[in-house]
Design a binder for this molecule. Structure first.
Ligand SMILES: [Zn+2]
Length: 191
């Protein structure tokens, strides 16, 4: 019953125009969707804590092949005065420093992020050696709700597939849309 009510509230939120179906560049694996749902839901629940400290409304986490957390990072563009410091870039940088390498490929790492990566982060992910990407809110919703410009990203699911990188998108998007909506409602900066 409680779950039904929460779903009903989520469905009533403004800006939720994109369908919530999970998409992938490989055959959908339910176990992967389940794990990603758990992790991304957790990240969304931590959003308020990060944005109250001046972070942008995006959080990324990198997990190893055994499902252990390697690093977690939020978007720190404003706090650091650095346009490159998106959540994904911060997480990749931290993981590379922690593991002492510029190429993460050997570790078969998975990146989980609350919203679809922007054009810069797609490049950053490619060069990092990350092998799997899972995201919550699709770009169309991010742009509609917040006004953030996510850049141009032609056919990136296919391009990632060609390079052996698995992508799953639209993991619990309504939950993420709710967090983005809260961020703009509070009058936080869009940049
Ligand atoms: Zn980005």
């Amino acid at each position: 019953m409680k779950k039904k009510i929460i779903t009903a509230i989520r469905n009533m939120l403004p800006g939720c125009s994109v369908s919530a179906k999970v998409i992938s560049n490989e055959k959908i694996d339910n176990a992967k969707v389940e794990t990603a749902t758990k992790i991304i839901t957790e990240l969304q629940s931590e959003m308020d804590g990060f944005t109250q400290k001046g972070s942008g409304p995006f959080i990324a986490a990198i997990y190893d092949a055994d499902g252990n957390l390697v690093v977690k990072a939020a978007n720190t563009v404003i706090n650091d005065n650095c346009s490159n410091n998106h959540a994904e870039m911060n997480a990749i940088r931290a993981a590379e420093q922690k593991l002492g390498t510029y190429d993460l490929a050997q570790y078969k790492l998975k990146l989980y992020v609350t919203s679809e990566p922007c054009m810069m982060c797609l490049g950053g992910i490619l060069w990092s050696g990350i092998k799997e990407v899972y995201y919550g809110v699709p770009t169309k919703s991010v742009e509609e709700i917040t006004g953030f410009d996510e850049g141009f990203k032609p056919n990136w699911f296919e391009e990632f597939k060609k390079r052996g990188i698995i992508v799953y998108g639209n993991i619990e998007p309504k939950l993420g849309e709710q967090e983005l909506y809260k961020y703009v409602q509070k009058g936080n900066k869009v940049y």
